[in-house]
Design a protein around this ligand. Structure first.
Ligand SMILES: Cc1ncc(C[n+]2csc(CCOP(=O)(O)OP(=O)(O)O)c2C)c(N)n1
Ligand SMILES: [Mg+2]
Length: 438
């Protein structure tokens, strides 16, 4: 409620009719903005909605509201039009942002190819969304807890997840923290406060809200939860449950939607009919912010603001980062079947987050072509070398597939484990047992 309305309400109580009239005029003004209609004198008393009565009948279309604007700092050429929005980050921080984006990009290219060569079973690239990952991760504290979907590898790069950790996970070998139980790209790190990725969409969303609720109950809490999800995942029932829990329980969580325009082959205009995901925040009673997700500084500034808000208010924020999924959905997809190469090219060149940041750095005198080439060469070398190492490592003992889910293995699983053991022992020649730890 605005301060004016609050003050008028106070007057209405002590000053009677005159102030009551003023209040109803103010109600009419508020209503006129949205409804273009007049309100009657009595404010409604329904417990379910605080709204004035009106006498003209009208359906309110979602198009009656203006679209939520997209905050950006840099334009496509890396120019900052309003200097007051420049986060004024040091050369070192900007260089780390750029290098982390380049590392992610380089690693993605090689691992994507390694799947094509049949060396790993599956892969998902992050092309076009690098700035959303790095800009948001850079604005957080390490104590903030992250729940990811699967296309947020840059957040892990920023937090210090190493190349060997990425590649061991993709190979599901004995040094993979997930012990080979999950598909590639389902990373997780207790040390880096990054909850392990789960394949079924949106399951992380109510979990993240629950974790934020637990944080809120801690005395002197100074950490928040960030939950990443795609605009496609936002159609799942779990997403709606999470939004409502976050709003009603007032949880310090940033619900970070990566709106990259596609959910596999479903374009966003078929995915929803409202004003993106940001507008849903209003329906659930949450604050929201929409940013250009290809602009690392916009994401950074907005994330700083969102973090401050969720911790100060103990309330959630819906954050929508607009970008474009430049790569195929995964190695199981060929996106040229449902979109044009020309469209992809725009987002892979002029609108690419790396090209914007590079232009900014060139102007600052912080970019060195040679250094970048050397950096890419170095990352390529490390990734290729690690692939050779990771693929030679043994797989975890096959028995581990029964372990680590329940604190105590239930009887029926113990029985299955025994059956499998005798089966493998009988048919040893037919299984690659030598590739597994004893
Ligand atoms: C519950 C569930 N339904 C369907 C799938 C199959 N699936 C995997 S990813 C995906 C698209 C998700 O799109 P979006 O949330 O926009 O994320 P993006 O891939 O664009 O990053 C679908 C349908 C799944 N993993 N889980
Ligand atoms: Mg998507």
């Amino acid at each position: 409620m605005s301060l004016i309305r609050q003050t008028l309400k106070h007057f209405a109580r002590i000053n009677g009719i005159l102030a009551k009239r003023l209040l109803s005029l103010d109600n009419a003004n508020v209503q006129n903005r949205y409804n273009n209609s007049t309100s009657t004198d009595d404010p409604s008393q329904f417990p379910g909605a605080k709204a004035p009565f009106v006498s003209n009948l009208k359906l309110i279309e979602h198009t009656d509201y203006d679209a939520i604007p997209i905050y950006r700092v840099m334009d496509s050429d890396g120019y900052i039009s309003d200097d007051s929005q420049d986060p004024q980050l040091s050369k070192e921080v900007v260089q780390k942002m750029f290098n982390d984006m380049v590392q992610l990009n380089t690693m993605d290219k090689i691992l994507y190819e390694s799947q094509r060569q049949g060396r790993i079973s599956f892969y998902m690239t992050n092309f076009g969304e690098e700035a959303s990952h790095i800009g948001s991760a850079a604005a957080l504290e390490m104590r903030d807890l992250i729940y990811g979907q699967y296309r947020e590898a840059g957040v892990l790069v920023w937090r210090g997840f190493r190349i060997d950790q990425f590649i061991d996970q993709c190979y599901g070998n004995c040094d993979d923290d997930g012990r080979g139980k999950q598909m590639p790209v389902h990373y997780g790190s207790k040390e880096l406060n990054f909850v392990t990725i789960s394949s079924p969409l949106s399951t992380q969303m109510p979990q993240a809200v629950g974790a934020a609720y637990a944080m809120k109950l801690r005395p002197n809490n100074d950490a928040c939860v960030v939950c990443y999800f795609g605009e496609g995942a936002a159609s799942e029932g779990d997403a709606h449950a999470a939004f409502n829990f976050a709003a009603t329980l007032q949880c310090p969580v940033i619900m970070f939607c990566r709106n990259n325009g596609f959910a596999i082959s479903t374009p966003s205009h078929e995915q929803y009919k409202g004003d993106g995901i940001a507008a849903r925040a209003h329906g659930y009673g949450m604050a929201t912010i929409r940013v250009d997700g290809t602009d690392v500084f916009a994401v950074y500034n907005a994330m700083k603001l969102a973090r401050k808000y969720v911790l100060r208010e103990n309330k959630p924020v819906v954050f929508e980062a607009m970008a474009y999924r430049v790569g195929h959905h995964s190695t199981s997809d060929d996106s040229t079947a449902y979109r044009s190469a020309d469209e992809i090219e725009v987002w892979n060149s002029k609108e690419h987050p790396l090209s914007k940041l590079k232009s900014y750095m060139v102007r600052k005198g912080w970019f060195n072509e040679n250094d970048e080439k050397e950096f890419v060469k170095d990352v390529r070398k490390k990734v290729l070398k690690q692939i050779n190492v990771s693929e030679k490592k043994l797989k975890p003992n096959w028995k581990e597939m029964f372990e680590g889910v329940y604190s105590e293995i239930p009887a029926h699983l113990k029985e299955q484990m025994k059956e499998l053991e005798s089966h493998i022992n009988t048919h040893r020649n037919h299984y690659p047992v030598k590739n597994f730890q004893e």
